[in-house]
Design a protein around this ligand. Sequence first.
Ligand code: MSP
Length: 683
Amino acid sequence: MDNPGKFYITTPIYYVNARPHIGHTYTTVVCDAVARRQRMMGLDTWFLTGTDEHGQKIERSAAAAGCSPREFVDKIASEFRGLWDRMRISYDDFIRTTEPRHVRGVQALFIRLQERGFIYKGSYSGQYCVFDELYVDAVGPGSPCPECGRPTETVHEENYFFKLSAMEGPLLKYYNEHPGFIRPETRRNEVIAFVRSGLRDLSVSRTSFKWGIPVPNDPKHVIYVWLDALANYMTAIGFGSDDPKDQEKLARYWPADVHMIGKEIVRFHCVYWPAFLLAADLPLPKSIIAHGWLLFEESKMSKSRGNIVRSETILDTLGGDALRYFLLREIVFGQDGSFSFDALVQRFNADLANDLGNLSSRTLSMITRYFQGEVPYPSPSERTPADEAIAKLAEETIADFHAQFEQFQFSRALETAWALVAAVNKYIVENEPWAVAEREDKDSRARLATILYTSAEALRIVTALAHPIIPDATARIWTQLGLGNISHLDLRALAWGQLQPGTRLGKVEAVFPRADKSTIERMQQMEQQHSAESATPAKPEEATPAAGSEGASAPPGVPSSAPVVGERVGTSIDNKITIDDFLKVELRVGEIKVAEKVKGADKLLRMEVDIGTEVRQIVAGIAKVYEPEKLVGRKVVIVANLQPRKLRGLESNGMIVAASFGDDGQPVLAGFLEDVPVGAKLK
Ligand code: MSP
């Protein structure tokens, strides 16, 4: 039975074919803040994160980087772990799906499902999306995956199948009886609609690649990556082990209280995972919470879109707390939210350096100056309505903050806490302790003591509440307040008036560095420099992840960015171009309106492409790969300011951007996953 005094929270396990970026950091920081707070609320908390290391795309990424899958996954997994350690993420365990404890657990789950009659052998012939690791309803080789738009591959396989179709009724019943199982409500509704529309059996093994967990007693097959990956939530706490210690741990923490995920992996967590568990007769997690996406330059931050920001850049300039605060304060949890360096610095300066930083430094330095560094006794006779109002607001802040945080409304909770900071800063300005300190009578001294006690006590309360979100800065303020180690604090007992007069302050120092325009420029330069460096081909021993991306379905040797076919833009001596050179190239989104073969030229297609302002005729050497009928309506990237040239007597007015690979330079047209308006500029 579930143990009510415990709290088990998980992040998704991240794919190791892309290095960590602040999108991954977002989920991890959310979980870290929740886990830290639950510990402070006295719960026996277990926080799990880790890496997802099997599957064809990882096998291919390793091959593209010229190393073995093992070397490849070791390197990237250690980058994830290293980043979380650097950010002092308070995870209790880090699971890697290549670890023996996980392999053993997945095989145990597979056998359990087989023994209960939910897995059978069948055969499949059709389209497969390597990026999503999914069989999809699509027709013909190369046709796009309905999930992600990437070209699918044709496979003929004998597979093991999971009887997902049999779980339709049980799943719907479960969703109905557990309204808080999938959150937020919009995701819950989507999942229910998806299951209601009918479930087909799911192939849960592959023979087309090797880098995975072998099916027990049939090692020609490897277990489907999502069955493998989802099981981590249980294998990490001992599922599949005979060791009594592991069994005890499993009983102590399973079922998980929260699986925190991004919204793109809802189906796997809310349909497949509960279906596997129901079939295996294992308890289901209590809730699956899907948050929105972190956008950068208006689209989801991801390596495949080339619009990532690394956490390290922010850690090196503003520090971990700045990033954590920004992510939780700026993004309304559940919705998509944008990242920009400007917004980060603005938030940092306004809320941390100014509001909290000022409250802390002026309160503590005045106590140091006027009371020799000891928290003064507030005088009951010198208490005014203004002091009472702060005490009352602080009590309300504690209650509201808890309620909002528990609803995962981090931005509102922080807004609530910072309203107290603003109120105390205003109180200080209005009560002018520095002027009161000038007067030497007894009453003024007592008044000064009350003002500074009130300010320090409010500071203590905000610091305690904010600790799970900005652990470093708050730990330092706590020490400056003379209160020792903040992690020993019991948040349940937090109340006004607990600051003991007479407490000796620690050494008072500024907690947040200053940031200005040059900080933004520095961060941008660091990112530019990093992407320039990672664009240079990796030697095998310094294997960079993935030709092509997160979803690298590209074969070995395919460059990660799509070159402009056959064209060279201005190069400098060291073969690099400046941003100004790049901006000379006018790239636009176009839509192909007409496409036809060019007589007598078996490689050429003549197209009419709408680029927003006009329809252009463009001739391109793509006929060997693309059938003209299939191109009509497709959005492509056009070099719009290229001098016209003639090909087979036809004027070509622009060029279509494509990747080109293999000895014969096979083209693959560049395109978009999201809908983009015709004529939009690329930069
Ligand atoms: N390996 C699977 C998950 C298996 S869990 C059993 C996977 N990995 S992933 O590396 O692609 O990570 C996806 C998760 O990373 C998202 O669900 C989200 O938690 C986080 N994010 C990655 N990029 C993100 C944004 N741009 N914005 C918000 N979260 C992001 O899917």
